[in-house]
Design a protein around this ligand. Structure first.
Ligand code: ZN
Length: 99
């Protein structure tokens, strides 16, 4: 039997930011240019051309929905969007201090 487990892995934040799609209840957003109205299955942002490799969620996530997306988008890396916002916030705070 196969199931989903969340893991901790170090990522290059800039790389994630450039290739992240954020899936909401009604539509999805390109994180790089904040273009709204995307479908979770879109491979590329129609506005900025970002190719999506990472997916975060602003909606309640069920295992059935995750399984469906995983079947349709086997190349996608699913990230915890709250984790992402947390580390990004820390990085931005550090940048402010360095200025
Ligand atoms: Zn975009």
């Amino acid at each position: 039997m196969r199931g989903f487990l969340r893991i901790w892995k170090k990522f290059d934040l800039e790389e994630v930011e450039k290739h992240l799609i954020v899936v909401g209840e009604l539509s999805s957003e390109c994180y790089a240019c904040h273009h709204l109205g995307l479908d979770a299955r879109d491979a590329v942002c129609p506005q900025c051309g970002a190719a999506f490799k990472y997916m975060g969620f602003r909606r309640h996530l069920t295992m059935n929905y995750l399984q469906k997306l995983n079947d349709e988008l086997p190349h996608m890396t699913f990230i915890d969007f709250e984790d992402f916002k947390k580390v990004r916030g820390k990085r931005d705070a550090r940048r402010l201090l360095d200025m």
